[in-house]
Design a protein around this ligand. Structure first.
Ligand code: SAH
Ligand code: SF4
Ligand code: F3S
Length: 452
């Protein structure tokens, strides 16, 4: 009896800590890993130095992201030396990149398990084998294993991430994603419907469909289905929830999807539509396959059909050959569209991509200055949009400030993508949809209260 109790006590004390870099794909992959560990009796700890299992889920979209991840892993070497039984695991996009994998093999011998994005579905099996044998496992495979998803644990409050596709076929010339996430694969619609149905039954109020280019959903499946048809099917699932998706490539956003958002209350009136540049010349060099004009026409169409649609975008400053004139085109596009929000990045050279070989690299100081200008311009636009919101009401999902962490104050996330900071007393509305009245803004951050 006593020994049984001891065993139990040991199981309860086993802990894991996951450090996640990069996009929502990685956030969701980390949830899947956490689910496997929880099923084995591990509980989460925020103290990596005293954790039994430590996982770094890495990103290599820009050089800085990769350096940050590798730096964090390297700084763990001392902890691993002090606590050799700590199982140290590296997964994600960095190991899937050939040169980085070699680096991990060569300079990071203290890491116990290395898995890439293509064999992450093997995590469960690999972890169990390692636990039994303690044999170091590092393997990267060139093509994805086609195993079923199993997300048994979620960490984003009332939001559930649901993969609808993996990989990317677009090969934008700057981007490493097609090389580290492989070719585009759509998930079978019935699997997606089953997962969304289960999430809604479990009480999730927001479902975010994930894919690098959700608009090309369905290509290559045996059944004849596209993204708009998938959205319509999902909307038929009964329940009080809303649907978001990311990311939409402007070249593939169809009238069918826009109409679907316009007609269906379950779909959030919000689209993240990365433009990357406002210069047609640079867009061509980026292989984005749309022009400044066609992007602006698309925005016009969205606004006509969904007048209050929230819009956000990504921009890259300092792509090779970007002149001052090209950058002015980007600024003027940002001014013209008045996005609710933009993310601006300095171009980062990723070995293996086409853009890494292009001439006319832009100096780092110029890239920095351009990003600064973009941020300053957007700040102005966001403040003027914030002023227009005062006195208006928005339907919103009430969440905590930082996901579902205990200490965060409640915030309202409107259907059109606005974040409104609430009073702590509005906590009673957590994870419900409410009308939220915007009373004003504090340095550009909207503040309000639940009620008309
Ligand atoms: N699939 C998404 C983007 C995923 S990457 C899409 O097509 O929009 C997220 C963002 O990182 C991109 O939108 C782009 O703005 C930025 N990005 C990608 N590669 C980059 C690079 N080499 N340098 C700088 N920013 C980059
Ligand atoms: Fe990268 Fe372009 Fe694919 Fe997005 S669509 S992941 S930017 S290659
Ligand atoms: Fe980064 Fe991989 Fe996502 S490179 S942005 S974590 S797909």
């Amino acid at each position: 009896m006593l020994s049984n109790l001891k065993k139990k006590a040991i199981i309860i004390l086993m802990t894991y800590h996951i450090v996640t870099y990069g996009c929502q794909m990685n956030v969701h992959d980390s949830e899947k890993i956490a689910g496997v560990l929880k099923a084995r009796g591990y509980s989460e700890t925020d103290d990596p130095k005293n954790s039994d299992v430590v996982i770094f889920n890495t990103c290599c979209i820009r050089e800085s992201a990769e350096a940050r991840a590798l730096g964090a892993i390297a700084s763990f070497k001392g902890v691993k030396a002090r606590r050799p039984d700590t199982v140290l695991i590296v997964v994600g996009c960095v190991p899937q990149k050939e040169d980085s994998f070699e680096k991990l093999q060569r300079d990071f011998k203290f890491v116990d398990i290395v898995l890439g994005t293509h064999n992450l579905t093997d995590f469960e099996k690999t972890f169990d084998e390692y636990s039994a044998s303690k044999n170091r496992f590092t393997e990267i495979i060139p093509k994805a294993l086609n195993l079923k998803e199993n997300a048994s644990y979620r960490t984003s409050g009332a939001n559930a991430w649901v993969n609808i596709m993996y990989g990317c076929n677009n090969f934008c010339t700057y981007c490493i994603v097609p090389y580290v996430r492989g070719r585009e694969r759509s998930r079978a619609p019935e699997e997606i419907i089953d997962e969304v149905t289960a999430c809604v039954a479990d009480g999730y109020r927001e479902i975010t469909l994930l894919g690098q280019n959700v608009n090309s959903y369905g290509v290559g499946l045996d059944v004849n289905i596209n993204f708009a048809a998938l959205l319509r099917k999902i909307c038929e699932i009964p329940g009080d929830y809303r649907i978001k998706f990311m990311t939409s490539n402007p070249k593939d956003l169809t009238d069918g999807v826009i109409d679907c958002i316009a007609e269906n209350r379950k779909l959030a009136d919000y689209i993240h539509l990365p433009a990357q540049s406002g210069s047609t010349k640079i867009l061509a060099a980026m292989n984005r396959r749309y022009t400044r004009e066609s992007y602006l026409t698309l925005i016009g169409k969205i606004r006509e059909k969904i007048p209050h649609c929230g819009l956000s975008s990504d921009f890259i400053a300092g792509f090779p050959g970007e002149t001052d004139g090209d950058f002015q085109d980007t600024l003027s596009m940002v001014r013209e569209v008045r996005f609710n929000n933009i993310y601006s990045f300095m171009f980062s050279r990723r070995r293996g991509t086409v853009a890494a070989t292009l001439p006319d690299a832009i100096e780092s100081a110029v890239k920095k200055q351009r990003v600064r200008e973009l941020i300053a311009l957007q700040r102005e636009i966001s403040s003027s949009i914030a002023l227009e919101c005062a006195g208006k009401s928005y339907r919103a999902l009430i969440e905590r400030e930082h996901g579902d962490m205990r200490e965060g104050n409640p915030v309202a996330l409107s259907d059109c993508g606005k974040m409104i900071f609430l009073e702590p007393t509005d906590e009673k509305y957590l994870h419900t949809f409410q009308n939220v009245f915007v009373t004003g803004n504090r340095s550009g951050r909207l503040v309000g209260r639940v009620g008309e």
